[in-house]
Ligand binder design. Structure first.
Ligand SMILES: NC(=O)c1ccc[n+]([C@@H]2O[C@H](COP(=O)([O-])OP(=O)(O)OC[C@H]3O[C@@H](n4cnc5c(N)ncnc54)[C@H](OP(=O)(O)O)[C@@H]3O)[C@@H](O)[C@H]2O)c1
Length: 320
């Protein structure tokens, strides 16, 4: 099969198309013939960071080379392990495979634990399904599990036009929240079209001067100083979820002293959450906005695009 292999930590040019063997599956695994893959900033980060790359390989102790990046797939079940009960050959499935281990999603065939997949809604494309995996799971887990969102709450979502943000806006609206999204002015209309009630242009406005009573803030900016600013936008007993920056002890202490809850979260593969997302997608209550589609042999180009930090919605790689 064809796979895009990372030959060494470094630039996108180290992502090289190669012929390798189709993976074997374990008893609880499924072999998926991949139709579409989605790309996330974390893949570009790990591609260029040797320490993180080693850490991920160590998490999966039996694993060997070559290193293949990626976690987000949508495709068709080709083969099932003996212990698999939920899926059959021919089913269309999607999910985030083995995050944050060695997912090996940049390939024509992927071996996935049964528990990391859900049935793809029949009324959406593989492209839209592949998009709604890591990013949609992050938005869902941040709002539902960590922030425990309730109807009527005020939610401030940073990077509201990006992969995670555009799902977070829609999920928060689904739960009946009042939603404020931040981005550059050029993406204001997009954010409002997702259902957001207000928009803040981060390049000309200081959000913490405009919002001081948010019940929930989702902060995906990789900057500890930004977390400090976000804390000012949270009201007493409100929740701040940090997705990218690692707050230091002092910021945790400040949050505690001002009776605000601060969490640093990591998304996790979870079948129940994937099924909740599948149900929203099926009913049209959640939509993937795919702003760019690349061919499989254009994966280095997709990495260059995600590294700009200005992606609108999601970018996807289509296999045929
Ligand atoms: N902890 C976790 O489990 C987890 C999971 C998923 C993602 N993440 C992290 O969360 C971050 C976002 O992920 P993503 O997939 O949504 O990335 P993405 O799709 O690349 O996000 C791009 C968006 O970020 C916006 N943006 C950039 N700087 C901004 C700022 N200062 N204020 C507001 N918006 C800004 C851009 O809007 P403009 O073009 O208008 O600037 C763009 O639309 C990444 O760092 C990622 O690694 C963490």
């Amino acid at each position: 099969m064809k796979a895009v292999v990372l030959t060494a930590p470094g630039g996108p040019e180290n992502l090289v198309l190669q012929d390798i063997a189709i993976p074997d599956i374990k008893e609880d695994e499924i072999l998926v013939k991949v139709k579409a893959i989605s790309i996330n900033p974390v893949e570009a980060f790990i591609r260029s960071n040797e320490t993180f790359l080693r850490m991920i390989l160590q998490l999966d102790k039996n694993d060997d080379k070559p290193y293949i990046l990626g976690w987000d797939i949508s495709g068709v079940v080709e083969q099932t392990g003996k212990g698999v009960t939920r899926f059959r050959k021919g089913d269309e499935v999607f999910g985030m495979v083995k995050f944050i281990g060695h997912g090996k999603a940049y390939a024509e065939y992927v071996a996935s634990p049964e528990s990391h997949l859900a049935l793809k809604p029949k009324n959406i494309s593989h492209k839209a399904a592949a998009a709604a995996t890591l990013a949609a799971l992050t938005a869902w887990q941040a709002l539902v599990h960590h922030a425990r969102i309730k109807a009527g709450e005020k939610v401030l979502i940073h990077s509201a036009a990006g992969g995670v943000g555009h799902y977070a806006v829609q999920i928060a609206k689904h739960f009946g929240a009042y939603v404020i999204g931040t981005s550059n002015a050029s993406k204001k209309d997009f954010i409002l079209s997702l259902g957001a009630d207000e928009h803040i242009d981060y390049s000309t406005q200081r959000f913490e001067e405009l919002v001081k009573d948010a019940d929930i803030v989702i902060d995906s900016i990789r900057d500890v100083g930004h977390i400090e600013r976000s804390l000012k936008a949270v009201k007493w007993a409100g929740r701040l979820i940090s997705l990218s920056a690692f707050p230091d002890e002092r910021i945790y202490r400040d949050a505690l002293m001002s009776r605000k809850f601060l969490y640093r979260m990591e998304v996790a593969s979870d079948q129940e959450d994937m099924e909740a997302i599948a149900s929203l997608l099926e009913k049209g209550q959640l939509r993937s906005h795919v702003s760019k589609t690349f061919r499989f042999d254009e994966l280095p180009k997709a990495h260059r695009h995600i590294e700009t930090g200005h992606t609108q919605g999601k970018i996807v790689v289509k296999m045929d």
